[in-house]
Design a protein around this ligand. Sequence first.
Ligand code: MTE
Length: 320
Amino acid sequence: MLIKKPSDMRYSEVTPKYLYMNRRNFLAGAAAAAGAAALVGRSAGDWLEPRSVQAGGAKLENLVKSPFSTPEKYTSYDAITHYNNYYEFSTSKDGPAVKAQNFKTNPWTVSVEGEVSKPEKFDIASLMKLAPLEERIYRHRCVEGWSIVVPWVGYSLSVLINRVQPTSKAKFVEFTTDLDPKQMPGLREGGLDWPYTEGLRLDEAMHPLTLLCFGLYGEVLPNQNGAPLRTVIPWKYGFKCTKSMVKVRFTEKQPATAWNKANPTEYGFYSNVNPTVDHPRWSQATERRLGEFSKRKTLMFNGYDQVASLYTGMDLRKNF
Ligand code: MTE
């Protein structure tokens, strides 16, 4: 995130090779693909890449459809799982898919603590059972200028928050990623002040769009996407999501966050997607959806207008 300006990048740099190679194949065989797609009601673009490159995670059954889902065509499984930011494993985009392959996510304990009346430790299986699992198709916008549409699986974080009952002192929530130098080769490269932490204001965390996420594409999360659980906050830049979480802590004071500590002038606490507030080194007005050639306009709050009331009266240029 610190190094290159997306507008300086060539298309081949922001798009995995197999995507643009496959586009050539696609153009050659477009008619056949369109015919096949029509048979199952999916658009031709969905057939750009075979789904099988890394699929094979355990299926998540009985998923409930969500009214929050965007009707947009979602990004291919292969792009979502091979173009990642997960610095604990690698700072290259295709590194986490390889280097996180053997990351052990079972057993796994998540501690929910701090300013709550009922602190609790959960194993993943019991945490997944707190509410029906929904499929939520969200837009996901990275601060670097690329975006994807992902069919995530999970339920609103508010379910967990209500269960542990925040005290009147709780104003913020801090999320912490696992820290395991034996399994995470990227830690040796330095970079951030580990473990990776992120934070939200309590009302942001309680918003029904804020997702406690266990899967994507109907399967458990691949390791490179943050197995066994992560947050997804679709109106904020992607770095606000915390992968492979081990701790959720309720606090009175605004928690420090990993990217803000590393570079406070570039990565703010709020980091709401905002096309009118540029990153100091590049414009945020447009984005490139992985797998597409032309850029599209970035929308305020990534198009999730229902969160605007959380920020009434706030100067979003100051609170970037
Ligand atoms: N969480 C941890 N622990 N480590 C990371 O490096 N990267 C963040 C976020 N969460 C990151 C993380 C960034 S910059 C982005 S854009 C998203 O994860 C990427 O999520 P994805 O790989 O599932 O698209």
